[in-house]
Design a protein around this ligand. Sequence first.
Ligand code: ADP
Length: 186
Amino acid sequence: MRTERWSALGHPGATIWFTGLPASGKSTIAAAVEERLVLSGRSAYRLDGDQMRLGLNRDLGFDAASRTENVRRTAEVARILAEAGTVALVSVVSPYSAGRAEARALHEREGLAFMEVWLCTPLAECERRDPKGLYARARRGEITGMTGIDDPYETPAAADLVLTPDLSVEASAERVLRLIDSPDSR
Ligand code: ADP
């Protein structure tokens, strides 16, 4: 049925998993990719960590077990979207390697394309951007468990694509689009 569903849509589903520190650019680049895909006639949908925490994951906090569960649920939703023929664009800190590996395994078991994109933006640059003021609050001690400050971020060892902050949003989006169109993602 998957083949028929995807051929009815004209394209396969896939999951693009954006990981990186808060403010590294995950949501910004995922949104740029989503726009480009949708305007080109491809079904794409963003699963943003903050949005997920308002609904499906609203019962979860920021301790290690909750972060793991947050990633597990997000991966399950992405898998369903990919199966349905959509390009799921996941932007979630996903700080632990094990959780990201499980998300990949979940897709690969089902023969679904999964690509990890690491927003390799140094902490100093993330702190300089700080669009939500979270780093400033963490530095003042107003919040604890902030990834990069007093909670770990395990850097990906084998991301499918690494994006650095010298790239513009447009150039980064372009690289992700090329990854999606690469033969391995079909
Ligand atoms: P995250 O989703 O990783 O928390 P956001 O995308 O919400 O990060 O925030 C990243 C911030 O950095 C945005 O305000 C964005 O405009 C800014 N920014 C500046 N340069 C870049 C770049 N080259 N790539 C991505 N974001 C950038």
